[in-house]
Ligand binder design. Structure first.
Ligand SMILES: *Cc1c(COP(=O)(O)O)cnc(C)c1O
Length: 374
């Protein structure tokens, strides 16, 4: 492989140069805590809760599992409606189906790309008391307009579950995303801003609910010598080895956010003036973690042109999430909004945002893209 066609990933795991992760994993091996419990799990929960400013946290096998148990904790069940953004990854919506509830998809607005509050209000008007929970996503690490969303949901007395899978390290008006709603979830999947190879966390200020989530996530074993179960159980608890990786990664989160911001600023400066190009908006109340740098193209050069030109040079990029209401699996469910999310999907392209990229890599990417305008 030559320097010219070196593979560049959209976002890939980036372990600390100090080797923190391996130290904690080694500790787990040395003490034989190779199990879905142990000191790393407890410490990772405490350290993450402290980092985001939440009172309690439960470490789980995935962000998807965390959303699932948040819905269960919120009492969502058969026949209930859960409002969910349409412009997101399917993992935001799948757990609604696991609980036999019904999703109703909400459009985005151009100002935030996240949940549109007019569409949210409209959905509440339409479904009233049947709405049992609202899932809010902070897309690509850019926060939704939480004050407005919380006001509407509080009025209706409906709990908010923040899907902050993409936004660990991002703030809204100085407060960490994932801590506005009754529940917040984070993901440590391989391409997220920090990773444990796979894993998730559910945070809440409600200690009882978090205890309950830990109970469900370890097969709902009642306190008895014999195996006694009075509730449905899940095998969702994070392993102590994986939690060790998480503890190490948490130490470099701020560094990763700084690099992601550097990448976003670099692209904006180099590509922002090209005809038809716009970048995902940063509002003044928003301190994103810039997980992915995303731009829209509404001129002659289309997203597919950019993706193909990069692909030819061994560089990964991808479209914006295809909205849930356009997915064959979710087509039958209601959708409230105009066509903002569809337009963002059609025009959007996620640029390589790997924190291991050098200035040379960024320059190479920008030259390829600029070439499409010549
Ligand atoms: C990654 C992601 C999830 C799922 O997290 P996993 O840990 O992969 O299960 C959920 N929602 C969004 C928006 C995501 O990007």
């Amino acid at each position: 492989m030559t320097a010219e066609n070196k593979k560049i990933w959209l976002a890939s795991p980036h372990m600390s140069k100090e080797g923190y992760e391996q130290q904690y994993v080694q500790e787990a091996f040395d003490t034989n805590w190779v199990a879905p419990l142990g000191p790393n799990v407890n410490k990772f929960e405490n350290e993450l809760a402290e980092k985001v400013g939440s009172k309690h946290a439960a470490a789980l096998i995935s962000g998807t599992g965390a959303i699932h148990l948040a819905l269960k904790a919120a009492g969502v069940g058969e026949g209930d409606i859960v409002l969910c953004p349409t412009l997101t990854f399917s993992a935001s919506a799948n757990p609604i189906i696991y609980q036999n509830a019904t999703p109703v998809f909400i459009d985005s607005n151009y100002e935030t790309w996240n949940m549109d509050t007019n569409a949210l209000k409209e959905a509440f008007e339409k479904y009233g008391e049947r709405v049992k929970a609202v899932i809010v996503v902070h897309l690509y690490g850019f926060s939704a307009d939480m004050d407005k969303i919380m006001e509407i949901c509080d009025q209706h007395n409906v709990p908010v579950i923040e899907d902050a899978a993409e936004s660990l390290g991002a703030y809204y008006k100085g407060k960490h995303t994932g801590t506005f709603g009754k529940y917040g979830i984070f993901s440590f999947n391989g391409n997220k801003i920090i990773t444990t190879s796979g894993g998730g966390m559910l945070v809440s200020d409600d200690e009882e609910k978090i205890d309950k989530v830990r109970f469900w996530s370890t097969q709902s074993r009642d306190t008895a010598r014999h195996y006694q179960h009075s509730e449905l159980g899940f095998n969702y608890r994070m392993s102590n080895v994986v939690a060790g990786i998480g503890r190490g990664q948490l130490k470099v989160l701020d560094r990763r956010v700084a690099k992601k911001k550097y990448i976003f600023d670099y692209y904006k400066k180099e590509l922002g003036d090209l005809d038809g190009v716009e970048f995902m908006p940063v509002n003044d109340w928003n301190e994103p973690n810039f997980w992915l740098s995303v731009m829209t193209l509404n001129g002659e050069v289309r997203p597919i042109d950019v993706m193909e030109a990069l692909e030819k040079e061994n560089i990964e990029s991808r479209p914006v999430w295809k909205p849930m209401h356009m997915q064959p699996f979710f087509e039958e469910y209601d959708y409230v909004g105009s066509d903002v999310s569809e337009k963002l999907y059609e025009d959007g392209v996620c640029l390589p945002s790997d924190t291991k990229m050098t200035d040379e890599d960024l320059e190479r990417i920008c030259e390829i893209i600029k070439g499409l305008w010549m």
